[in-house]
Design a binder for this molecule. Sequence first.
Ligand code: C5P
Length: 245
Amino acid sequence: MSAHTKLYEGKAKIIYPTDDPQIFLAVFKDDATAFNAQKRGSIQGKGAINCSISSKLFQELEARGIKTHFIDSPAPNQMRIEAVKILPLEVVVRNIAAGSLCQQTGLALGTVLKQPLVEFYYKNDQLGDPLLTRDRLFLMELATVEQVNKITHLALQINEFLKEFFQQCDITLVDFKLEFGLNSQQELLLADEISPDTCRLWDIAAGNDPNRRVLDKDRFRRDLGNVEDAYQEVLRRVLKAVERE
Ligand code: C5P
């Protein structure tokens, strides 16, 4: 495995080919970026923590019939995954108003949404990952109607599972981002990762304290400190919840 063989390097992961064309190796990095990479840093141990959390959550989802790209995790920061072509969509599910939803609508931080909101963003760094309308998504041919309907259904199913799972960890799942890909048989698989980098997770025990409750990448985005500790704490609780099952 060398720098020459990498297939793709993103902000948080490097994807390598393997001897099997149907299998890729994802190596999770400690690098952290925010605000479309305008803010850069490193969170010690993040790669291994996020890979471990994602691996557990993908396995839990698979056990509930949701197809993911996860195969196995040969090392704490490595995941063997089914080779997929990622759709250029960031699918965000929200249960509670935070982040860009508050900025763009004026809703107060922490407003509980009557029903989960599923949003599609165009995965395009140059354009700053803009929010899409359904019509724009189809105009750009980013996915078919059938794919969008299936993704929406899956995103809501995944939300129901994750909400309940994190509740068992004494964590409120505020919102999160998913990515989907197509394998060689054109099957739609959940891909990328589910981790404190891609979710907003609030510690229930911290009550409404807007800084203390944050157990996710907002600690890095907002310079709240103790980022590693928060990520480690999420991993600890996820492992405990999986063990209890
Ligand atoms: O910034 P915004 O409020 O739209 O983010 C919604 C959710 O999606 C957050 O949990 C955030 O961490 C996640 N997200 C992500 N990658 C992006 C944009 C948002 O993981 N490029």
